[in-house]
Design a protein around this ligand. Structure first.
Ligand code: TXA
Ligand code: MG
Length: 384
């Protein structure tokens, strides 16, 4: 047991000086930090990480549970703290191209990723690369590849640079729960199990990174995420980009639990979730009845154009049934819904509802990642 300490930092105090000596000036930038309080938090975090402990760290997608990716004992703390199945591999986070090269066989970055890295790193994109002897097999779960990401969040970037070693980090939730987009979500799930959380405020993207396998031909998105399919497809070499399950399925992938959420329950709050998937070309309402009795119902929905943005409302359905309605963001703004979705599920759980109706959104842009998560969180999907 730990007493979990939360250190608040201010992201705007962290800036980055571009490298002048490499051909990746942005990706090999170094952190400049002139704030004592923030520096003390980074130092404390580095201390814990060097002691092979796992701590909560903000990234632009969701909070991560980070530990030294090159140390077996440190990595085992991640699995233990969040109760993660041992066969679900981790993402390794780097803060420079030099660090990426240091973990690759012969320091060689696969050609296919060079334009992608230049355009989209740092950012909400994870790439699959060949693994090397430096990476413990508990990170890759024995697979011949490893997932690597260069986060854009200044605090995560600065922390990895200060450590000098890459950090393995899954989302910092208890396994199976909605991902954390606030430090308080991490505290709720992992308090007492980890020594420290860095509180860098709310995550700007709100859904996890896009997982890209560029070693496949054609390249494929294994998990839709913060970097949209539409954007990625425009990059050099990504003209034939496919999305797993949408454009193809693969028996081998289906067997190995490498593709997120294929095997395990994911993103689920305590309450039962029902996803209302409104097909654009279908406006007949499906009637379903439920055997169970629910007296606290939650609704997670979007705000329509022209509707005032009331973030919370409570209505009595009848004498015994109360309905709490929360907003995730404006319809037509999938990036807002992505930012608000996990928080909405967690907030409704905090209000002890028994059942959550979630409004589905179109699968464009960030909507693809949102609907991927909601389908996995839902026990039932009602198409209307
Ligand atoms: O945004 C994110 O990606 C966050 C932040 C903390 O960086 N991390 C995150 O990690 O979402 P996690 O563990 O919740 O999801 C990582 C997923 C795993 O579920 C796994 O399926 C996939 O990445 N993955 C890891 N290694 C892989 C590999 N070698 N091949 C294919 N998929 C892999
Ligand atoms: Mg996760």
């Amino acid at each position: 047991m730990f007493k979990t300490e939360v250190y608040k930092v201010n992201s705007s105090n962290f800036s980055f000086r571009k490298s002048t000596t490499t051909d990746f000036p942005e990706q090999n930038a170094t952190c400049v930090l002139n704030n004592e309080n923030d520096q003390a938090a980074i130092n404390k975090a580095v201390d814990w990480l060097k002691k092979n402990e796992a701590i909560g760290v903000p990234t632009e997608t969701v909070y991560g549970l980070a530990a030294n990716a090159l140390n077996e004992q440190a990595v085992s703390k991640i699995f233990a703290a969040k109760n993660r199945p041992q066969d679900n591999p981790l993402i390794v986070h780097v803060s420079s191209i030099e660090m990426l090269k240091s973990i690759l066989p012969d320091r060689k970055v696969p050609e296919v990723y060079l334009p992608i890295i230049r355009q989209h790193w740092p950012g909400p994109l994870t790439i699959i690369v060949p693994t090397s002897d430096l990476i413990p097999s508990s990170v890759t779960c024995g697979h011949p590849t490893v997932a690597v990401r260069f986060p854009a969040h200044p605090v995560a970037r600065s922390l990895i640079e200060a450590c000098g070693f890459p950090l393995a980090a899954p989302s910092a939730n208890s396994s199976g729960k909605p991902s954390p987009t606030l430090a308080s979500h991490v505290y709720h799930d992992l308090q007492g199990r980890i020594p420290m959380i860095i509180d860098g405020g709310p995550c700007n993207v709100g859904v996890e990174s896009t997982v890209l396998d560029g070693l496949r031909s054609p390249p494929a998105i294994l998990r839709p995420g913060g970097l949209t399919y539409e954007t990625l497809k425009q990059s050099d070499g990504m003209e034939n980009l496919q999305v797993y399950r949408k454009h193809f399925v693969d028996k081998d992938l289906e067997m190995a639990p490498t593709t997120p959420g294929m095997k395990y329950r994911h993103y689920s709050p305590e309450a039962m979730v029902i996803l209302i998937d409104r097909k654009a070309d279908n406006d007949t309402t499906a009637n379903r009845s439920f055997d169970e009795k629910f007296d606290h119902i939650g609704m997670l929905r979007t705000t329509k154009d022209g509707e005032s943005e009331v973030w919370e409302s409570i209505a009595k359905v009848d004498d015994n049934v109360e309905c709490i309605s929360l907003q995730m963001g404006r319809r037509g703004h999938p990036e807002e819904v992505a930012r608000g979705m996990f928080k909405g599920l967690r907030d409704l759980d905090g209000r002890s509802v028994d059942l959550i109706f979630v409004e589905g959104i179109p699968e464009d842009k960030e909507g693809m990642a949102v609907m991927n998560r909601l389908r996995k969180a839902a026990s039932k999907i009602v198409e209307i």
